[in-house]
Design a binder for this molecule. Structure first.
Ligand code: HEC
Length: 109
């Protein structure tokens, strides 16, 4: 009886801890997109618009080719004509997070 109780306690407490560890080491798609949304709202929204609806200012990110993450990485890092370069501004991982956010708004997955 006592042993069963201990096993139950272990299952109840060990499982959520494992899930948290996994989330911390490898963020799932939704967590990454959410991080990207926050970066987008602070750096990109003023030119590219809420939910990527830019109303003709800048580039319509709903039209960005989903099979070209390299172009995204390059344009955002180095800048493109009227768009400033972001490589000195973005923290490590934020470029991937932005890509995930744009993919989630565009329903690429
Ligand atoms: C100051 C306004 C401004 C801000 C802020 C801005 N952009 Fe842009 N962005 C532009 C303009 C203008 C273009 C179109 C450049 C061109 O093609 O001449 C553009 C184009 C782009 C493109 C398309 C590049 C290509 O290869 O065609 C991407 C992707 C992009 N922006 C992502 C972002 C992201 C991500 C952020 C936030 C980190 C951001 N932009 C912030 C103005 C801005």
């Amino acid at each position: 009886m006592r042993r069963l109780a201990i096993v139950g306690w272990l299952v109840a407490f060990a499982a959520p801890t494992c899930a948290q560890d996994a989330a911390a080491s490898a963020p799932d798609g939704a967590a990454l997109a959410d991080q990207g949304r926050r970066v987008y709202m602070s750096l990109c929204v003023r030119c590219h618009g809420l939910n990527l609806v830019s109303n003709g200012i800048g580039f319509d990110l709903r039209q960005f080719p989903k099979d070209n993450p390299e172009r995204f990485r390059n344009s955002v890092s180095k800048g493109l004509r009227a768009m400033p370069a972001w490589e000195g501004v973005l923290k490590p991982g934020e470029l991937d997070a932005l890509w995930a956010y744009i993919g989630s708004v565009n329903h690429w997955q």
